[in-house]
Design a protein around this ligand. Structure first.
Ligand SMILES: Cc1cc2nc3c(=O)[nH]c(=O)nc-3n(C[C@H](O)[C@H](O)[C@H](O)COP(=O)(O)OP(=O)(O)OC[C@H]3O[C@@H](n4cnc5c(N)ncnc54)[C@H](O)[C@@H]3O)c2cc1C
Ligand code: FES
Length: 506
């Protein structure tokens, strides 16, 4: 989505507004010409930047100012108020930035300033000449983009066994699958980007092994790619249950654009779908298929959808939300076999289905790390700089298990924003920045038009404190242990969610 949607609402900042019309730490939306502009004040300083987030167009004025940054209310991207730079994913592109002038009690937005990224790495002393990234997903892409943003001049080779360039994966279970997102939303960047940025993106290229002592990645055809620094960002793959019928042509898992397109193609004629799994992917798929008018049955072993992550209250709410949209749940139930026209249930019955999607979890792709002898423990172990046990090899995204300073534990998560931010941090550290990865984990999920945001990390809790009303879709749900807030889920409480994140950071 474009940051500069022709939008002339609010005051014209080119002709100025009284300085006292905007309080300290506050924001106001107006315009300069056709550009929607956010005017923000911090003490005596005024900043003017584009009003819409470059991720999905979120209204930055509804977000939160933290120091000289503004955070997006929708998925917590962070922009510099001084330069417009997208400092933290999921936004990767800057917003426009205008210079401001205070005169005669008014503040004016003047010309657009050149968008110079904030270079954070002072010295290129350690600059390696060849960086290889294994993985063309969230972490791999964000790393490559950040390396070039930092003016890194060496070679970047990105190896991906996917058959598509890096895509907006979260969209594959949401709008794109529902048929409401145009094609051009899906690539993270157009094909030109890679050539222009001198990023050698090699898709359909599997890496079979890495040799840490020779500093080489070994490809499927036996050829070798040498590196000075390596980023492992191999992500995760869907679990395929060992069920009779999993290989039938109407049975799918969902990870890649190709998977998504195959489900869409089948949806054109499907009447009744069975979705195995009632967690995020399964239920987002259920919602998207309902939007396509397909009858959807969700089969899952648990008592309540998402209870393990969101607790019973939100679990019940999510169930009723889907039921309102016509989804039929078969909980405390599993599929034992899949046939051409129906699935067999453990309880004995059968259900007709001409489309089956298994969303029963993912497994991190650890094979390369394990084979190379890197330290692993249901994830690739990394230190606070995201470096693995092998010097010069970093890991980020769904495979990385990092020391999370907030929970005090080594954790591995499967969140888009975390993967991108780890890719960005790993990029800086491959250039010698020694930047600790200490971001608070964040993820979002979307069901029909309802977003759920989640900050922090809680594998278990002894108390759930609810502020607001879950049923009225207006709530903040705190997961606590011994009185300490570990994580917060929210529905339409965006500023509170950002505030909770800020508190956790402190
Ligand atoms: C449909 C869907 C919807 C999602 N929605 C959300 C959401 O709403 N919110 C959220 O927070 N998270 C969501 N996620 C999770 C999120 O997408 C992941 O956490 C994120 O993509 C992880 O990034 P990554 O870079 O670690 O891995 P990936 O994005 O999976 O990228 C891994 C890359 O490595 C490549 N690769 C792996 N092994 C090799 C090899 N040996 N050789 C060469 N290449 C290799 C793969 O081809 C791929 O390009 C969703 C995931 C899916 C599948
Ligand atoms: S719209 Fe701003 S972070 Fe997604």
């Amino acid at each position: 989505m474009s940051e500069s949607q022709a939008d002339t609402k609010g005051p014209d900042f080119a002709v100025g507004v009284p300085t006292d019309s905007i309080g300290d730490g506050k924001m106001q939306v107006g315009h300069v010409g056709d550009d929607a502009v956010l005017l923000a004040r911090r003490g005596d300083e005024f900043f003017a930047i584009g009003a819409h987030c470059t991720h999905y167009g979120g209204p930055l004025a509804d977000g939160l100012i933290v120091d000289d940054t503004v955070r997006c209310p929708w998925h917590h991207a962070c922009f510099s108020l001084r330069t417009g730079e997208a400092l933290k994913a999921p936004a990767l592109s800057p917003v426009s930035c205008w210079s401001t002038e205070v005169r005669d009690g008014k503040v004016f937005a003047r010309g657009k300033t050149e968008r110079k990224p904030t270079i954070r790495i002072a010295s290129a002393k350690e600059s390696p000449s060849r960086i290889v990234i294994i993985g063309g997903g969230a972490a791999g892409f964000a790393a490559a983009e950040m390396l070039r943003r930092q003016d890194y001049q060496g070679s970047i080779v990105m190896l991906s066994d996917d058959d598509a360039s890096p895509v907006d994966r979260p969209n594959l279970s949401k709008d794109y699958l529902a048929g409401t997102a145009p094609e051009d939303w899906i690539p993270l960047r157009g094909d030109d980007f890679y050539g222009e940025q001198h990023i050698e993106l090699r898709i359909k290229t599997a890496v079979n092994a890495i040799d840490p002592s020779a500093r080489e990645a070994v490809l499927g055809d036996g050829s070798k790619v040498a590196y000075d620094r390596l980023l492992l960002a191999t992500g995760a793959e869907p679990i395929r249950l060992p069920l009779p019928g999993m290989d039938l042509p109407h049975v799918f898992t969902l990870r890649t654009l190709r998977d998504c397109r195959a489900i869409i193609a089948r949806s054109a004629t499907a009447k009744r779908a069975v979705v195995m799994g009632a967690s995020f992917i399964g239920l987002e798929v259920a919602a998207s298929l309902r939007e396509r008018g397909i009858e959807v049955h969700v089969i899952a072993p648990e008592k309540r959808p998402m209870e393990r992550i969101l607790g019973s209250q939100l679990g019940d709410f999510v169930r009723s939300l889907h039921e309102e949209h016509g989804v039929i749940f078969h909980l405390e139930e599993t599929v034992t076999a899949i046939g051409a026209k129906q699935v067999t249930l453990k309880s004995g019955g059968t259900l007709d289905a001409d489309l089956v999607v298994a969303g029963v979890g993912v497994r991190p792709r650890l094979a390369l790390a394990e084979k190379a002898g890197l330290s692993t423990d249901r994830g690739v172990m990394v230190n606070e700089y995201l470096e693995t046990s092998a010097p010069g090899i970093f890991a980020a995204g769904d495979i990385a298990k990092w020391p999370d300073p907030h929970s005090g534990a080594s954790i591995r998560v499967e969140h888009w924003v975390v993967a991108e931010r780890q890719g960005q941090s790993a990029a800086l550290n491959m250039l010698g920045a020694r930047k600790k990865f200490d971001d608070v984990p964040f993820f979002w999920s979307q069901h029909y038009d309802l977003p759920i945001n989640y900050v922090g990390h809680a594998e278990s809790w002894d108390e759930i404190a609810i502020e607001g009303d879950v049923g009225k879709r207006d709530c903040l749900v705190r997961y606590k242990s011994k009185g300490r807030v570990l994580a917060v889920a929210s529905i339409y409480r965006d500023v509170e969610s950002l505030t909770e994140e800020m508190k956790m950071e402190q």
